[in-house]
Design a protein around this ligand. Structure first.
Ligand code: SF4
Length: 274
């Protein structure tokens, strides 16, 4: 779920910590939809920005009519085996914006295809993709760029393409809802850290008040390869975490294809009859 334009921190918390964070702005994650709906039955929508369902095998029916309009993310663990479970959650879309989060692992392309056929927007969690995951990502990119029946956004590809098209890219940290300095991950034991791939990095490692873009500049400064990278503005050093020696050639190839697609789109629109 996209972080709204708020300046106060947003905490991703497990359901059991809801009472402790009731005065904070939060996203709540849980495996049990019935427990989510019961615990958050009267949650203030100003404070609760959305929920994440961590178990796709769970029956999400209790969430169907709960808090209409509340964003829900479905977190997929293993795309190869879990993609059929998406069929059980389509009714959530009657009352909620729903997005599926899929890790770049074997089965990614098939899972994305099913999610899009069911009209779910998708956010790929790319990790630091190895050769097999890069092949899956390339297949998804082909699907996203070339199949005219794809009507839902596939992040991070979608934001990157738009950023390149308008020459105003957002660093992936922001496009992927992992904005350091704004978002915080709270572990089951209550330990707070930075979000997403920065999980485990203590918030005090970088200046808490520096602001998201300043944080990204600090992250970039710790990855020398990024200084000369042609995709520094669209990526923001995202793929150099957590392993700083990650070889970016594969992800740079995907960025190159997105850049070519943005140029092609611009050319097509420039030459289209008015
Ligand atoms: S693609 Fe790799 S080298 Fe380029 S900005 Fe991103 S993390 Fe840095």
């Amino acid at each position: 779920m996209s972080a709204p334009q708020v300046s106060e921190p947003i905490y991703n918390i497990p359901l059991q910590l809801w009472p402790a964070y009731a005065e904070r702005t939060v996203v709540v994650r849980a495996t049990d939809p019935a427990a989510l709906a019961a615990t958050l039955a009267t949650a203030d929508a100003e404070r609760l920005l959305g929920v994440q369902l961590q178990a796709l095998a769970a029956d999400s029916e209790p969430l169907n009519a709960w808090q209409p309009g509340m964003p829900i993310e479905l977190l997929m663990g293993d795309p190869e085996t879990e993609f059929p479970l998406l069929y059980h959650h389509t009714e959530l879309q009657d009352n909620h914006p729903v997005r599926v989060v899929i890790p770049a692992r074997p089965g990614l392309a098939k899972a994305v295809k099913v999610a899009l056929a069911l009209e779910f927007p998708v956010r790929i969690d790319p990790g630091q993709p190895d050769a097999a995951a890069l092949a899956e990502l390339a297949a998804v990119l082909e699907l996203y760029l070339r199949h005219s029946d794809v009507a839902q956004p596939v992040e991070y590809l979608h934001s990157t393409l738009l950023g390149l098209y308008y020459d105003d890219p957002l660093p992936l940290w922001i496009a992927m809802d992992e904005e350091p300095g704004l978002l915080y991950q709270v572990a089951d034991d209550g330990t707070e850290s930075l979000p997403g791939r920065l999980a485990g990095v203590a918030p005090t490692t970088l200046a808490r008040d520096a602001g998201p873009l300043a944080w990204i500049e600090q992250l970039l400064a710790t990855a020398p390869d990024c200084q000369s990278c042609a995709f520094r503005r669209v990526c923001g050093g995202y793929f150099k975490w957590p392993q700083r020696d990650y070889d970016c050639r594969g992800v740079q190839k995907l960025f190159t294809e997105l850049s070519a697609a943005a140029n092609e789109l611009r050319r097509d629109l420039d030459t289209a009859p008015s």
